[in-house]
Write a protein that binds this ligand. Structure first.
Ligand SMILES: Cc1ncc(COP(=O)(O)O)c(C=O)c1O
Length: 341
């Protein structure tokens, strides 16, 4: 039985499955700092295999995974190219500036895709006298575009431009499995378009903690150095790595259920006069309730009455569908909402 978790705010609110809790309790452990935690080592082996990369690194969070990856690709004072609303640029406390002394060069994406010519322009800017541009960062799925997946072909287009100029490529793949499932491709195909990828275990895949970074042996070795610097060299971390193995091996295919449930939710809301601000692509909806004359307060109160957590913004909000929310919950929510409206 799936424990109900009626929370639309984010897929970060997912709870571990009963199997994950049991695996955590029984996990074989050792000192990860000495490379001796067998469960962490197994998680890293599985992650490298799933992505078809040489090596992997278990990190405490997506932010840490992105930070150590960006540092692994760059020298202090370098610049990097990324999408103007990328999570890494807008949300992560500027680790690239504070720790890396890096200079961002922003490109406006189209549904999260960076037009190759614009990437060329960004790299080329001040090339002769300016800072060395050493990294291109992508985000898949792209959060600010409504959880848009980038296809292997799109990734390759930007990857090829990066390689033309000798740049490394890092992908913030917090929700890369949502992309793979939505596109119906193996995540290995998407991963070919990036030298390193950070993938969150703790979002739609429902593990309680952590991310993996995958890539070449040499980049992962560098990332490991920076993980140590950022306090990510943990001790008996097998307890939190064990759910991560289940996340990677057993929780990926079920993301299709979230996408299907998000579609049912979107269609139901539209029937009630609530619009989508962005097209639905994966597991997140960006809605606008001004058409029915509602404010954020109206939305929040209605959700609270129905037993759901959802923060209402002035004109609309984001709803994320995830493990712990089932079809019957969405249907009950829509029925309740209709009565309130
Ligand atoms: C696109 C994206 N990247 C990175 C992160 C950071 O992950 P974490 O919260 O584990 O640091 C998030 C978190 O929500 C995210 O949505």
């Amino acid at each position: 039985m799936v424990e109900k978790n009626l929370d639309f705010r984010s897929d970060t609110t997912t709870w571990p499955t009963p199997e994950m809790r049991e695996a955590a309790a029984k996990a074989a452990v050792g000192d990860m700092g000495y490379g001796e935690d067998p469960t962490v080592n197994e998680l890293e082996r599985v992650a490298a295999e799933v992505f078809g990369k040489e090596a992997a690194l278990f990190c405490t969070s997506g932010t840490q995974g992105n930070a150590v990856s960006v540092l692994a690709h760059t020298d202090r004072g370098d610049s990097f190219v990324c999408e103007a609303r990328a999570h890494l640029y807008t949300i992560e406390r500027g680790h690239w500036s504070v720790i890396g002394s890096l200079i961002p060069k922003l490109v406006k994406g189209v549904d999260g895709f960076l037009p190759p010519d614009d990437v060329r322009v960004a790299i080329g800017r001040r090339r002769r006298a300016g800072p060395k541009t050493s990294l291109l960062c992508l985000e898949n799925t792209h959060l600010s575009s409504g959880g848009s997946p980038l296809s292997p072909e799109q990734m390759k287009e930007d990857y090829d431009v990066a390689k033309e100029y000798g740049l490394g490529v890092h992908t913030d793949g917090a929700r890369i499995f949502n992309a793979a499932v939505a596109l119906g491709v193996d995540v290995k195909e998407i991963a070919k378009g990036s030298d390193t990828i950070q993938a969150c275990l703790s979002k739609g895949l429902a593990a309680p903690v952590g991310s993996v970074v995958v890539g070449t042996e040499s980049l992962i070795e560098k990332a490991k150095y920076y993980r140590g610097m950022l306090g990510g060299s943990m001790r008996q971390a097998g307890i939190i790595a064990a759910p991560g193995i289940i996340a990677l091996t057993k929780m990926v295919d079920r993301l299709a259920e979230d996408h299907a449930n998000a579609k049912v939710l979107a269609e139901g809301l539209q029937r009630l006069g609530i619009e989508l601000r962005l097209p639905l692509k994966t597991n997140m909806l960006f809605i606008d309730y001004t058409g029915i004359g509602w404010t954020g307060e109206d939305w929040s109160k209605a959700c609270e009455r129905l037993g759901w957590k959802s923060r209402g913004g002035a004109m609309g909000t984001r709803l994320v569908v995830h493990y712990g929310i089932e079809r019957e919950d969405i249907e009950a929510f829509l029925e309740g909402l209709e009565k309130i409206i």
